[in-house]
Design a protein around this ligand. Sequence first.
Ligand code: DQA
Length: 151
Amino acid sequence: MTTLLKIAVVHGPNLNLLGTREPSTYGRATLADIDRELVALGRQENTEVACAQANGEGELVALIQSLGATHDGLVLNPAAYTHTSVAIRDAVLAVGKPAVEVHLSNVHAREPFRHHSFLADIVVGRVMGFGAHSYRLGLLGLLAHLRGIGA
Ligand code: DQA
């Protein structure tokens, strides 16, 4: 039996609108659908998954601080703040827990302003372009990292 792990999934601004927000870019799955699937995948993987979303940068920093303190790792989609936020980068560094960056869309196939990520060099890995599946792949990658699989 593997050790029980606790992972926090943190979603950034406008991701509460998934399902109706630009579906050709972000798909039809709602945030509740994604969270439900991550909790179910976690259960299969002997992992407790807690999910949270916030629209504000400060709220996201607070979530990363509090959930980072009580969880073994973070799956983060900071949405637009990926491309702008030193504060979110600093929060991830401050909690010192392994983090994976995920995006529904392939940000490198989009506008140039989405090509830069303030997290890219401090996360364990990045998954993008697979829609809601990016989150599942990110969670599995983080668990493999924490369990030393493939290290
Ligand atoms: C996103 C990509 C970001 O550029 C954008 O601002 C988002 C969503 C994604 O999941 O594809 O809000 O993080």
